[in-house]
Ligand binder design. Sequence first.
Ligand code: DC
Length: 235
Amino acid sequence: MRILNQKGLTIAVDGYSSCGKSTFAKEIAGKLNYKYIDSGAMYRAITLLCIRKNIISGETINKKALELLLSAADIDFRFTETRNRHETFLNGKNVEDEIRTTGVSDYVSQISEIGQVREKMVNIQRRYGKDGGIVMDGRDIGTVVFPEADLKIFMIARAEVRAERRYKELQGKGVDADFEAVKKNIEKRDYIDANRKISPLKKATDAIVLDNSNITVQEQMEWFEELLRELNYEN
Ligand code: DC
């Protein structure tokens, strides 16, 4: 039996947009009592900053202004008592709700393609992971951020199913969304994320695939528990 070392495992969860990565990653972090980091929230926070500072114009981004913004940007996750969860803070202010808006979703893949953005985010992410005992979800966690991760899970789900989930999530938040527009945004982000030059979304060769198109969160957890048993990890 492999006993989890004192530091705990480093677990990478990657996959396409709206695959249910964060729900699954949060659940397994809770089960193992590990830290959970949503790396997409960090790219969203930088995108929000770019929108606020007006440095995006169509397909063009003012790189000089971006460099200045990045050097001063401070992103972290803090526990919010009213919501009983960790939320994303940008330069000391809670931006959890704002980073989930469609305005940010429309530009986030474009901002995430930029090398200087990725460099800064990856450095912060590695700092979070230095002591192990972490579950991080994103696009390049198993390939770039933690290539030596103990466990890599690559999540997939059919595009229709993902669009439906995202649409329902927006509706639940009272956002007046259009299903076709939501689906288009997901497909566009999939394309940019998987085809960008730096750190594209791809399955790490040693990642285990989890297709959750037709399974519930509880079934995903049963799958995970079985996986830990197969790998001989003792919680
Ligand atoms: O996980 P999410 O949908 O909230 O992520 C938003 C965007 O951030 C996604 O379209 C691509 C980018 N991203 C990335 O490039 N690398 C990561 N590790 C996480 C997210």
